[in-house]
Design a protein around this ligand. Structure first.
Ligand SMILES: [Zn+2]
Length: 361
């Protein structure tokens, strides 16, 4: 028997100051002094509300520190050298995925507990223990899995509703991958509890998006922290993170991601298109190849409604550019595990079939 260890953060979702009404209670067991580390915009958004939130609690915020702009070991080491970080009992990591991931390194090295305060809904970084690390130049270096995720994740919908909409938009695109790739990879496999649970949970990544995602995008445009926005944000930030935390890495992604990585050989993709955006296009290709017509119709319709790309031209890509994309995509580890082998011919045919599908839908 292998031993299985799984740790999850608790979470609060709310709006305004009420999001933090239990902050003092939840942090009490970990000390009194907190250092807030985050991105510039995130700190600006959260500083007034967090300063107010700790009033009347035993928690003292010792400093607000900028993380450095890149999730790098170098920036993490600079933070570790600060007295404000050394003297803190706990870390409040706030911002998007990069700022929070950099804080995971600081927390791991300093052996301090951390709490997350996502200010955008682009990824599930505030829920998972995984951190993507970059060279100071911004080129991706490696990924590590920390000893544990955040103790608690405080999701303030007002702040997320006021953030630029492209984050939510791309976050929805990447979450559609969890919805479709995880069950695809797991099809036909006899799974133990730890891997079977996230396969079942993955329905709660995409179902809320298909139901509420279009309205959630509209509400985000007006800064309205609505019920629909909450459902979409939780699918992206929380459910995706829980699925990722549980599932075997080989079952966590498939052809949607392989096509994204393949697409990055094209400069226009690298320069002007987002991960979640291109991944969602890859998801449509996978559904086309796998002949999941009902799901393809549903997801296509939803993606159209919020302007995610459904055809090559939406990403400034032409048909005669796809060969190197497929050459690269077919080598990615994402497609190693699945119900059948995915070949270059199958990928190409799916891309072409999707172009045709666009003409009639
Ligand atoms: Zn992704």
């Amino acid at each position: 028997m292998n031993t299985t260890n799984v740790l999850f953060p608790g979470y609060t979702v709310g709006s305004g100051l009420a999001t933090y009404e239990k902050l003092g209670e939840f942090c009490a067991a970990y000390g009194k002094k907190a250092v807030v580390i985050g991105g510039e915009k995130a700190l600006a958004a959260i500083k007034p509300v967090l300063t107010e939130a700790v009033k009347g609690t035993d928690i003292e915020i010792v400093a607000f520190e900028w993380y450095g702009g890149v999730s790098s070991y170098e920036n993490g080491d600079k933070l570790l050298a600060l007295d404000t970080v050394k003297n803190a009992d706990m870390i409040f990591a706030c911002g998007g995925g990069k700022a929070i991931d950099c804080c995971k390194y600081v927390a791991m090295q300093s052996k301090k507990p951390f709490f997350t305060f996502p200010t955008i809904a682009a990824t599930c970084a505030s829920t998972t223990a995984i951190a993507v690390m970059y060279y100071p130049s911004g080129v991706q270096k490696d990924v590590f899995v920390g000893p544990r995720p955040a103790i608690h994740n405080f999701i303030n919908l007002d702040i997320i509703a006021k953030a630029p909409k492209t984050y939510l938009w791309a976050g929805m695109g990447d979450t559609l991958a969890k919805y479709t790739e995880v069950p695809f990879c797991a099809r036909g496999l006899e799974l133990a509890h730890k891997d079977n649970l996230p396969v079942v949970m993955s329905s709660m990544t995409g179902d809320p998006l298909l139901k509420y995602g279009t309205k959630a995008m509209e509400d985000a445009k007006t800064g309205n922290a609505s019920f629909e926005l909450e459902q979409a944000v939780l699918a992206i930030i929380l459910t995706s993170g829980l699925v990722s935390s549980l599932i075997d890495i080989n079952l966590n992604s498939s052809m949607g991601h392989a096509i994204f990585y393949g697409m990055t050989v094209l400069p226009q993709i690298e320069e002007r298109h987002l991960h979640g955006e291109v991944v969602s296009y890859g998801v449509l290709c996978m559904l086309m190849m796998d002949k999941q017509t009902e799901k393809l119709d549903q997801i296509y319709k939803f993606m159209k409604s919020i302007g995610l790309p459904t055809k090559l031209a939406d990403m400034e890509v032409s048909i005669d550019e796809i060969e190197p994309v497929i050459d690269s995509a077919v080598t990615k580890y994402d497609i190693e595990v699945g119900p059948y082998e995915i070949t270059k011919d199958m990928m190409r045919q799916a891309i072409l079939d999707l172009e045709e599908y666009n003409k009639t839908h």
